[in-house]
Unconditional design. Structure first.
Length: 125
């Protein structure tokens, strides 16, 4: 698969483990930054609203192939540091995403530039 690829990990982190979790995330992201095909990463913390996960990490990669190589490198580094690849401080859920070509220009639009959705097309709740 060509084009940018995103790995999204969602975590449930107890408040008491927050600081240690963030240290480990930053250490892992330093490893990711050194990998071929790495583009960017983000760490998001939920500050309000309902939801099960209070942390989300997003890593952007050149393509799917480099994600697999990076995963193997991180697993090896964690084993060398005598840690498991799974975070013992948090419950982890991973997903992979690709950016849709048709949506690339959407982030540049302001609310005034976004067309209104006709009432018949709105999703019912």
């Amino acid at each position: 698969m060509s084009g940018a690829f995103y790995r999204v990990d969602k975590f449930i982190v107890p408040a008491a483990a927050r600081e240690e979790f963030l240290v480990k995330v930053m250490m892992t992201h330093k490893l990711l930054e050194a990998q071929e095909g790495f583009i960017d990463h983000r760490v998001l913390e939920q500050v309000s609203g309902p939801g099960e996960f209070n942390f989300v990490t997003i890593a952007e990669w050149k393509n799917t192939e480099v994600v697999e190589r990076a995963r193997a490198a991180v697993t090896a580094a964690h084993k060398a540091a005598n840690r498991s690849a799974g975070n013992v401080l948090a419950s982890r859920h991973s997903s992979r995403y690709r950016q849709l070509q048709a949506c690339r220009g959407l982030r540049a639009r302001t609310p005034a530039q976004t067309p209104a959705i006709a009432p018949s097309r709105r999703t019912r709740r």
